[in-house]
Design a protein around this ligand. Structure first.
Ligand code: IMP
Ligand code: MG
Length: 173
């Protein structure tokens, strides 16, 4: 078993999620909002965020390839599962677990923007701004973390640890 320690406890994640949900509920009042979760990492944050939002929303998921089994970004984004809905005219809010290089989000924003939706914005629960390779505007920024590889709360290392309720770091493999 690797040595794991908690970086962001669940209470802090919950408080930030509620704050973001309040802002989203206010900003999108009276608008047709579609939350698009990025699988797999974003599933847990999506479940918590959508329950804290107080306006009507639709929910969909997109699955993109990310790091494989290493901790280094390939820079290549591949769609493994596309969204199901026609998004023309809808307000899209992309729901992410973490923004690292920014490559995935840049790709997804451009992809949605090309489909003539009303707006495309981004919400992430974790952000590693020190790792950015491309500039990216984050409309709903969660918790800023240092340049460490994190696991838990949806995030994996080699497809494990997604079920940990806190955001953790691996001290020793
Ligand atoms: P980006 O394209 O480099 O911004 O990274 C996007 C994706 O890489 C995230 O949505 C995660 O799924 C994954 N990722 C980035 N950093 C971490 C990490 O520290 N732990 C686990 N997955 C990560
Ligand atoms: Mg992700």
């Amino acid at each position: 078993m690797p040595k794991i320690s908690v970086l962001i406890p669940r209470e802090e994640i919950q408080a930030k999620t509620e704050e973001l949900a309040r802002r989203i509920s206010e900003d999108y009042k009276g608008k047709d909002l579609l939350l698009v979760g990025v699988l797999k990492g974003g599933f847990m944050f999506m479940a918590d965020l959508c329950r804290a939002i107080t306006i009507d929303v639709s929910i969909d998921f997109i699955s993109v390839s990310s790091y494989g089994n290493t901790t280094v970004s390939s820079g290549v984004v591949r769609i493994l599962k596309d969204i199901d809905y026609d998004i023309t005219g809808k307000h899209i809010l992309i729901v992410e677990d973490i923004i690292d290089s920014g490559l995935t989000l840049t790709y997804l924003k451009d992809l949605f923007a090309a489909k003539h939706c009303a707006s495309v914005k981004v919400c992430t629960i974790l952000d590693k701004p020190s790792r950015r390779k491309v500039p990216l505007e984050i409309d709903y920024q969660g918790i800023v973390i240092p340049d460490k590889f994190v696991i838990g709360y949806g995030l994996d290392y080699a497809e494990k640890y997604r079920n940990l309720p806190d955001v953790c770091v691996i001290e020793e493999l």
